[in-house]
Design a protein around this ligand. Structure first.
Ligand code: CMP
Length: 135
């Protein structure tokens, strides 16, 4: 079933010059980019996006990180896109993510893990509305 999912190329991806490398992997897999924007977000936007994490111990540094510089937000579309993107991204902690995945190949961090992908159809709908209202 064709789905849409919200993906963030976080500020570490932009800072490290890995936007092209990460986008290449999504495109090579066959996912289509249906929206994409380079932007810097403030804390309020971070809180909205990460609403389910705002009370967690790891959230304050995560908030600082995602607001620390420009990121690239995009919507990808394709068959089973939510699960496919999560598989390409790999496990949250880059130190534990499998080789061959974006995080497994390119990240050594649990926080600066390069990418975000919606974790369910409900999250995708909520997150796409936050980042690309009207899409
Ligand atoms: P993401 O998929 O965007 O969802 C929540 C983010 O919080 C996650 O990627 C990481 O960037 C970050 N995160 C999750 N767990 C931890 C943790 N234990 N320590 C630091 N950052 C974390």
């Amino acid at each position: 079933m064709s789905q849409r999912t919200l993906v963030l190329l976080k500020p570490d991806t932009v800072r490290r010059g890995l936007v092209g490398e990460v986008l290449r992997r999504f495109e090579a897999k066959g996912l289509r980019i249906v929206a994409m924007e380079h932007r810097t977000i403030d804390g309020a936007k971070a809180d909205e996006h990460y609403a389910e994490h705002v009370q967690r111990d790891f959230y304050p540094p995560l908030r600082d990180f995602v607001t620390s510089g420009p990121l690239v937000a995009l919507v990808l579309e394709g068959d089973e896109a939510i699960e496919v993107v999560r598989a390409l991204n790999g496990a949250t902690d880059g130190r534990k993510a499998a080789p061959g995945t974006i995080r497994g190949d390119l990240s050594l961090s649990n926080r600066e893990n390069l990418v975000h992908g919606s974790d369910s159809p409900e999250s995708a709908e909520r997150e796409i509305a936050i980042w690309f209202p009207g899409l």
